[in-house]
Design a binder for this molecule. Structure first.
Ligand SMILES: [Mn+2]
Length: 429
C-alpha cells in the first residue's frame, strides 16, 4: 500500500473542517486520541487504547495523549506525549505515510497543555474528565464532523478495501479448518486471528465465531473449548483493520451429510443469492430503510419457497413472521468505528427498531448489507404461541434449529453508477 491518497484526504478534511468551525464559531479544534484507562479502580491494568474516532479520521497513530490541532489556514499539528517508560511501549504505526501531513510536536508527560491553543477552542475527546481547556464535545460540531465521515475519500476507500482483503484471508482459513472436521470454537477463533495477523484486542470488533445452535446468538463471543464433530454449522462474523479502518464480514457454512445438514446448506445458498439481490438494488437516491423493507419481502418469499413459511409474502412480511426470523437491521455504515456514525438522521419506523441506517444512499458511502435468518427461541416461541403460528411450518423449524442461523454480510462502496462490492471482490481475487 502506498497511501498516496492520504495528502488529498487531509486536504479535503481540512477544508470541510474549516467550514464547520466557521459555522459553529470556533477558532480551533483539538482532537484527543484519549488517555490510558484502568480496567477497574482495583486493578493496575489499562484497556488497549481505542482512540476517539474523530481523531482517527485524521491520524492513524494509536498512542495515548496525542492531539491533532486544526486551525483555519494552518497546517494541522500533531502533538505526541512521549514518556520514558521501561515497562511498556505502544505498537509502532504500520507505515510512515502520515507524518508529513502534520507539524509534529513532542512533549513530555503532562505537558501537552503548553502547546495546545487558547481562545475559542472545541475539544473532542472520549475522555471528557481528562480534557484539555476548551468547549468539550460540542454536540452540533460533532454532528457536522460525523456527517463528513459518511462520504469516504479515496484514501478511506483504499484502507477499507485493504481491511476487507485482510479479513478475507482469515475467513478462508477458518472455513478450511471448520470443514476439516472436529474443532472447537476457540480454535476456530484463534485460527482466524493467526491467519489475518491480528491480536484480539486490535481487531475492529470481537470475532463472532459460533458452531451449531450458538449461531442463533447474534453477538456470540463465548468461544467454547469443546470440540464439535459431525454435521453442524459455523457462523463467522469477523473483520480486520487497515490503519484505523475496519471491515465487517459474515459467512455461514454447513458441514456433513444428512437431511437436516443438506437442507440447511441449501438455505445458506438461498440467503446468499438473496443478499446479492439486495446489493443489486443499491443506487444513489434510494432510502436505506426501503432496502430493509424490501429485504423482509424477499425473506418472506424465501421462507415460502423453502417450505418454512406458509401463506402469502404480504402476510409473512406484515404479521411479524419475517421479523421473528430476522430481528436485526440490514446494515450499518463502516469507517473508523465498525458501526460508523452519520447515517441515522432519524429513527427507523417502529417495526424496524434495530435498523442503524435511515439516510438516503449516496455515492461515496461504505456500508454493510447483512441479511440473516435465525432460529431464536426467544422470538419464535411467542410467534408459535400467537395468531400467526399457522404461517410457519414448525416441523421444518425444529429440524433446522440445531444449526442456529445464517448471516451473509458484505462491505459495499456506493458509486454514482452501481456499487463496488469490496467483500466479493476480495473473495474472488
Ligand atoms: Mn456488521
Amino acid at each position: 500500500m502506498s497511501y498516496e491518497t492520504y495528502a488529498e484526504h487531509i486536504a479535503q478534511l481540512q477544508q470541510a473542517t474549516e467550514a464547520a468551525l466557521g459555522k459553529h464559531e470556533f477558532e480551533a479544534l483539538v482532537l484527543c486520541s484519549g488517555a490510558a484507562q484502568l480496567k477497574n479502580r482495583f486493578d493496575d491494568q489499562t484497556w488497549p487504547l481505542s482512540p476517539t474516532p474523530t481523531y482517527s479520521h485524521w491520524c492513524p497513530l494509536v498512542e495515548p495523549d496525542a492531539y491533532v490541532i486544526v486551525r483555519p489556514g494552518k497546517k494541522p499539528t500533531l502533538v505526541r506525549t512521549v514518556v520514558d517508560d521501561f515497562w511498556e511501549t505502544a505498537v509502532p504505526p504500520e507505515s510512515d505515510h502520515f507524518w508529513e501531513a502534520f507539524d509534529v510536536v513532542t512533549v513530555g508527560a503532562g505537558l501537552a497543555g503548553d502547546v495546545l491553543p487558547g481562545g475559542k477552542v472545541a475539544v473532542i475527546t472520549r475522555d471528557a474528565g481528562q480534557a484539555p481547556p476548551g468547549e468539550v464535545n460540542p454536540s452540533e460540531l460533532i454532528g457536522a464532523l460525523d456527517q463528513l465521515r459518511t462520504i469516504k475519500t479515496a484514501y478511506e476507500i483504499e484502507c477499507l478495501a485493504e481491511a476487507t482483503r485482510r479479513a478475507v484471508i482469515g475467513h478462508r482459513a477458518i472455513e478450511k479448518r471448520f470443514l476439516e472436521g472436529e474443532v472447537s470454537e476457540l480454535e476456530l477463533h484463534l485460527t482466524y486471528l493467526l491467519a489475518s495477523e491480528q491480536d484480539d484486542a486490535v481487531a475492529p470488533y470481537k470475532n463472532i465465531v459460533a458452531l451449531g445452535e450458538h449461531c442463533a446468538v447474534l453477538h456470540y463471543v463465548a468461544y467454547q473449548k469443546l470440540k464439535v464433530a459431525g454435521p453442524t454449522s459455523m457462523l463467522v462474523d469477523a473483520g480486520a483493520k487497515c490503519q484505523s479502518y475496519g471491515s465487517d464480514i459474515t459467512r455461514t457454512y454447513a458441514r456433513g451429510d444428512g437431511a437436516a445438514a443438506n437442507r440447511f446448506r441449501a438455505l445458506i445458498g438461498r440467503l446468499d443469492e438473496m443478499q446479492q439481490q439486495i446489493v443489486a438494488l443499491i443506487k444513489p437516491g434510494v432510502p436505506y430503510e426501503d432496502l430493509h423493507d424490501e429485504t423482509h419481502r424477499m425473506l418472506a418469499k424465501l421462507l415460502i419457497e423453502t417450505g418454512l413459511g406458509k401463506g402469502s409474502v404480504d402476510e409473512l412480511a406484515t404479521r411479524g413472521v419475517t421479523r421473528a426470523f430476522l430481528p436485526h437491521g440490514l446494515g450499518h455504515s463502516l469507517g473508523v468505528t465498525v458501526h460508523d456514525v452519520g447515517m441515522k438522521p432519524r429513527p427507523p419506523r417502529p417495526e424496524n427498531k434495530f435498523l442503524r441506517t435511515t439516510s438516503t444512499i449516496e455515492a461515496g458511502q461504505v456500508f454493510t448489507i447483512e441479511p440473516g435468518l435465525y432460529f431464536i427461541e426467544g422470538l419464535l416461541g411467542p410467534l408459535r404461541a400467537g395468531d400467526a403460528s399457522t404461517l410457519v411450518d414448525w416441523k421444518a423449524v425444529d429440524e433446522l434449529r440445531p444449526f442456529g442461523g445464517i448471516r451473509i454480510e458484505d462491505n459495499i462502496l456506493v458509486r454514482a453508477a452501481g456499487v463496488r462490492n469490496l467483500t466479493r471482490e476480495a473473495f474472488s481475487a
